[in-house]
Design a binder for this molecule. Structure first.
Ligand SMILES: [Zn+2]
Length: 294
């Protein structure tokens, strides 16, 4: 799943390409992906892209009405790419056939012939699209906590956020309503960089641990974002994988201490940690962890 660095780089890239372009229309190939019906997608036609930005892990494409149209208020096309969704840029899409089956979820067409395709691989279809008057009409956006790269997220704020949350650090860090933008992959990386166990209680961290956590959060996301900005849209997914030190690296030696990276498998996801760096050498059995993290 794309997280803060990839979605931010994607938003910046799309903003450069799309700002000022007039929309010809949105074609929804997978009707299950569209989560709203009012306003209808047809109202996007003829509007101009005012900007593209990131909200948590959501993409927000804001549109303005053409000057001559009475309804001047802005409309937003919001996309959540979920685990296997992605965006593809097409300079000339006017002749390209819109597949009825396969990974295409929707195509946003522009009057100059360009388009962006939203695709989703795999059988689990979770990509979600919303057409709304206000981004906070999307429940997942309305719920978002402070953004992970918001400079107001300082030591005091982090401590305050974690104090009220009795879960494990792994669970709390990837909870979008606490800190927005961090998911399964970057929470593994942040905890590894901070030398903190994913099973530690967030509300019981001492000040030294909090300082390490905040530094790791900024450093991990900051450098991933810097790297992502240098890649084109199609290279962002691979770029993310290449930069990971523990996430997705089960069985490989830790590049910091040489210990073997371990995995915890849950029903719907798995995550990784390094015993040498993070748990004082302790290896946790999956079943016990599944209970703790439920
Ligand atoms: Zn290690």
């Amino acid at each position: 799943m794309p997280e803060l660095p990839e979605v931010q780089a994607l938003a910046e890239n799309l903003d450069r390409r799309l700002r000022g372009r007039r929309i010809a229309g949105l074609t929804v190939a997978s009707i299950a992906a569209l989560k709203t019906y009012d306003p209808p997608v047809a109202v996007l036609a003829g509007r101009t892209v005012a900007g593209v930005r990131r909200r948590g892990k959501f993409l927000d494409l804001e549109t303005d009405a053409a000057a001559a149209v009475a309804e001047a208020s802005s409309l937003h096309l919001i996309a959540h790419l979920a685990r296997a969704g992605w965006v593809h840029w097409r300079e000339k899409a006017s002749g390209a056939r819109l597949a009825q089956r396969g990974p295409l979820a929707a195509r946003l067409r522009f009057e100059d012939g360009a388009a962006i395709d939203l695709t989703e691989q795999g059988t689990e279809k979770r990509l979600a699209l919303y057409v709304v008057r206000d981004p906070t009409d999307v429940a997942g956006i309305e719920r978002l906590g402070v953004d992970a790269l918001d400079e107001r997220l300082d030591l005091g704020r982090l401590q305050q956020l974690l104090r009220g949350r009795p879960g494990t650090l792994k669970t709390v860090l990837s909870d979008q309503s606490v800190i927005a933008g961090v998911g399964n992959a970057y929470s593994d990386e942040i905890l590894h960089a901070a030398r903190l166990s994913p099973f530690a209680r967030g509300d019981r961290l001492d000040e030294a641990a909090l300082v390490r956590l905040l530094a790791a959060l900024r450093e991990t996301l900051g450098s991933a974002l810097e790297q992502a900005r240098g890649l084109d849209i199609d290279g962002l997914k691979e770029g993310k994988r290449a930069g990971m030190r523990v996430h997705g690296r089960t069985g490989e030696p830790c590049t910091v201490c040489g210990d073997t990276v371990r995995e915890v498998s849950l029903a719907s996801r798995s995550f990784q940690y390094c015993p040498g760096c993070q748990t004082g050498g302790r290896i946790y059995a999956d079943r016990r962890m599944s209970r703790l993290l439920r």
